[in-house]
Design a protein around this ligand. Structure first.
Ligand code: HIF
Length: 309
């Protein structure tokens, strides 16, 4: 069911060297603002930006015209930016604005997806193959109200990732391991140099792992090995571990409540190499939903460390 947008890719006059330069500038920004969000930095926010741009994909099933995906870079436009599911992502876009000005030839879709790849690699994750060619589209292509609801169960998660977006159970579990990164916010974190938050967050609170700026398979180990109970507070239903230092969303716990999902949680908790390999493939697929890249070059970027920067 691989529907693709019926629009052409940009003619590509830029090569690996050009995109590596953009990658390096994004990576330098992540380094520069490492105190942001209680010293987590911007990396997780960039991963979430790339995913929320791409995860609007609605496949052909049940609708004559599939829509969404990263192609049009539409998360920059008010209709999509103001979706409550995208709360706090204005901060991630703030970080990338100067890079967009410097490299005006890059589309928003390419820049935002590349920033997710950059963040995963710079935070110690696997290499993600990436392809350019997205073109900016206008508000008529923007999405709203199609991103996942964190309060739901395994059937809902499978409906969204498997039936709507075309992932397998295994790919779905691999993707959700990215919640090793970052945290949930009642209010968006305060931007560098600012005095006040830009607005509300998701309303959830806390981190999934003790190393939220390092990409690992910790999420899976914690799901299996810690004891998760409902948090007693006036906010939305969420779960806490035995010493209330870490959190899980209902949609995260769905992965151990469903036997078919749980099998992969167990596998990834034991085998970080397998997890990295499967995550890299699933994340590339996520960033390319709805776009026909057949035959196009795949780029793989060096981390700043690998370049001795
Ligand atoms: Fe998240 N996710 N996500 N997510 N997400 C949040 C934060 C991050 C869901 C809900 C939330 C994926 C799937 C799902 C990241 C990456 C990915 C937050 C908190 C919520 C509520 C936002 C805030 O308050 O700031 C749901 C319901 C998902 C489907 C099950 C992806 C697989 C895990 C696709 C994915 O890659 C990242 C990174 C963050 C942290 C952002 C931050 O600012 O720290």
């Amino acid at each position: 069911s691989a529907a693709t947008l019926n629009v052409a890719l940009n003619d590509d006059k830029h090569d690996l060297k050009d995109y590596q330069q953009v990658y390096n500038d994004i990576a330098q920004k992540i380094r520069e603002y490492d105190e942001y969000d209680e010293a987590i930095g911007f990396g997780p926010a960039l991963v979430r930006l790339a995913w929320h741009l791409s995860g609007t994909f609605v496949g052909p099933k049940g609708c004559p015209h599939f829509s969404g995906g990263s192609y049009g870079g539409t998360i920059r436009l008010p209709k999509e930016a103001k979706d409550p599911a995208n709360n706090a992502l204005e901060n991630a876009r703030w970080l990338l604005d100067p890079i967009k000005s410097k490299y005006s030839w890059i589309s928003y879709g390419d820049l935002y997806t590349l920033s997710g790849v950059t963040a995963i690699q710079e935070l110690g994750g696997p290499k993600i193959k990436w392809r350019p060619g997205r073109k900016d589209l206008g508000e008529e292509y923007a999405s709203n109200s199609v991103l996942p609801d964190a309060s739901r169960d395994a059937d809902y998660v499978r409906g969204l990732f498997v039936r709507r977006m075309g992932f397998t159970d295994q790919e779905t579990v691999a993707l959700i391991g990215a919640h090793a990164l970052g945290s949930c916010h009642i209010q968006a974190p305060i931007l560098p140099g600012a005095k006040e938050s830009t607005g509300p967050g998701s309303g959830y609170t806390g981190r999934w792992t003790a190393s939220p700026n390092f990409f690992t398979n910790e999420f899976f180990r914690l799901l299996l090995e810690d004891k998760w109970t409902q948090k007693k507070w006036s906010g939305p239903v969420q779960y806490q571990n035995s010493d209330d230092s870490l959190m899980m969303l209902p949609a995260d716990l769905a992965l151990v409540e469903d036997p078919a999902f749980k099998k992969f949680v167990q596998e990834y908790a034991k085998d970080q190499d397998k997890y990295f390999k499967d995550f890299a493939a699933a994340f590339q697929k996520l960033l390319e939903l709805g776009i026909d890249f057949k035959g196009k070059r795949e780029f793989e970027f060096k981390t700043l460390d690998e370049q001795d920067i």
